[in-house]
Each structure stands twice: as C-alpha cells, then as structure tokens.
Ligand binder design. Structure first.
Ligand SMILES: [Zn+2]
Length: 162
C-alpha cells in the first residue's frame, strides 16, 4: 500500500495491522511501537487521512446529489432520443470532420509558405509532412471539394518543379 522500501522489518510487520487498528481494533503491541517510532506514526496518519478521504467520496450527499442524478437521467433520455435519429447523430461529426480538414489545409498552406521561404531542404521536409499527414489519418467529409491528399500532391509537384 505504501511504497517505503527502507522501512525496517519490524515496522512492516505493524504496517499490515494499521487497517484493523484504524477500524477500532485494540492493539497494545502496536500502541507500544507507535510510541517509539515516528515513521509508523506518520504512516498511520497517512492511512487515516486516506481512509477519511475515501469515506467522504463514498458518502452520499443528500440534496445536491438527487438533483444531479435527475440531471443525468434527463441527459440520458435526451441522448436516447437523439440516437434514434441517425442524421442528428452524424451532423456534429460531419461538422467536426469538415472543420478538421479545413484546419489541416490552412496549416499546410502556412507550412508551405514557411518552407518555400525559409527552409533550405524543403523537399525532405515536405516529404516527411506528407507521410505524417496521409489522407487516411484525417476524417473526410463526403462533399469536400479538395482533399488533403490533392493539396499535398499539388504542393509537392510545385515544389519539385522549381
Ligand atoms: Zn515503526
């Protein structure tokens, strides 16, 4: 439970009894050991704190939790209703995909400007970008007029022509 590799053997023996001790089981031997061992007192304090935190996390709060649960149930019903119409489910995904490819295209444009202007080994750089950003990695919306692959190809051709 506690990662203390250089804890004396005697302390390890007591460490396994902390849980019962904290649970209220009397242990006079452990009491005596704690009186003379600061390490174990600290460990015991740590495990008591951990136990308190755990109990707090598990303890059901009264009013806010009921409101929260109602909220969650309402959300689940909403999602269920949405899941029944496939178009409504796919719409945000398609939007995200179109946003993604647009962003990728803008990024590539900016990169190509940078590479043409500043980088001395632009062939190598462009080729490495090309392998990183293949079209299969980026979700494609069905109605995208220019795919990323085409953009990359035209960029690479233009670059090789120079
Ligand atoms: Zn000890």
């Amino acid at each position: 439970m506690f990662n203390k590799p250089n804890l004396p053997k005697e302390c390890r023996k007591f460490e396994s009894r902390f849980e019962d001790y904290l649970g209220g089981v009397p242990d006079s031997e452990l009491d005596a050991h704690l009186a003379g061992c600061g390490d174990c007192r600290m460990l015991l304090q740590d495990s008591r704190l951990a136990g308190d935190l755990l109990r707090e996390a598990w303890e059901p709060a009264s009013e806010p939790s009921r409101a929260f649960l109602a909220n969650v149930m309402a959300r689940i019903h909403q999602e269920e209703a949405r899941a029944k119409s496939p178009a409504a489910f796919w719409a945000p995904l398609e939007f995200l995909a179109s946003r993604l490819s647009l962003t990728a295209a803008v990024l590539l444009l900016a990169l190509s400007v940078y590479l043409v202007g500043f980088a001395p080994q632009r062939d190598v750089a462009l080729n490495s970008i090309r392998t990183e950003l293949s079209a299969s990695d980026i979700p494609q919306p069905p109605s995208d007029p220019v795919s990323n692959e085409e953009v990359l190809q035209s960029l690479a051709e233009r670059n090789n022509g120079r």
